[in-house]
Design a protein around this ligand. Structure first.
Ligand code: F3S
Ligand code: F3S
Length: 123
């Protein structure tokens, strides 16, 4: 079961997760052209080997260890992680569309500072 990045990454994009991932499955990296435009980063489920290194690296606890453990409010972002492909303009646009609709559907979470959003997921 792949790991999933969720909404504390929005507005944070710390990228510490990218630096520790042994299989380079988190994108866009800072050195990829899409980094500036991407609202958040994504883990591709087919490439993630479930090593777990990214979880403690993230300063805002944005990463869950499986789709099953991803909180209900974050479920739409599972698909955004799966769709996103660096270098594929169509896939990037679709993932970003999902993120935009997630933001619109959860103004309560978006109003919380990113560092406190993971704690708010449980409420
Ligand atoms: Fe990489 Fe995290 Fe998966 S470090 S391999 S994305 S569990
Ligand atoms: Fe985002 Fe956390 Fe990685 S903020 S970029 S998931 S380290």
């Amino acid at each position: 079961m792949p790991f999933v990045i969720t909404d504390p990454c929005i507005g944070t994009k710390d990228s510490a997760c990218v630096d520790v991932c042994p299989v380079d499955c988190i994108h866009p990296r800072k050195d990829e052209p899409e980094f500036a435009q991407a609202t958040m980063l994504y883990i591709h489920p087919d490439e993630c080997i479930d090593c777990g290194a990214c979880v403690p690296a993230c300063p805002v606890a944005a990463i869950y260890d499986s789709p099953d453990s991803t909180p209900a409010s974050q479920k739409a972002l599972i698909e955004a992680n799966a769709i996103y492909r660096a270098g594929d303009a169509g896939a990037v646009a679709k993932a970003e569309e999902i993120v935009k609709s997630h933001e619109a559907a959860h103004p309560d979470l978006m109003a919380v500072p990113p560092a406190e959003r993971a704690a708010a997921h449980a409420k």
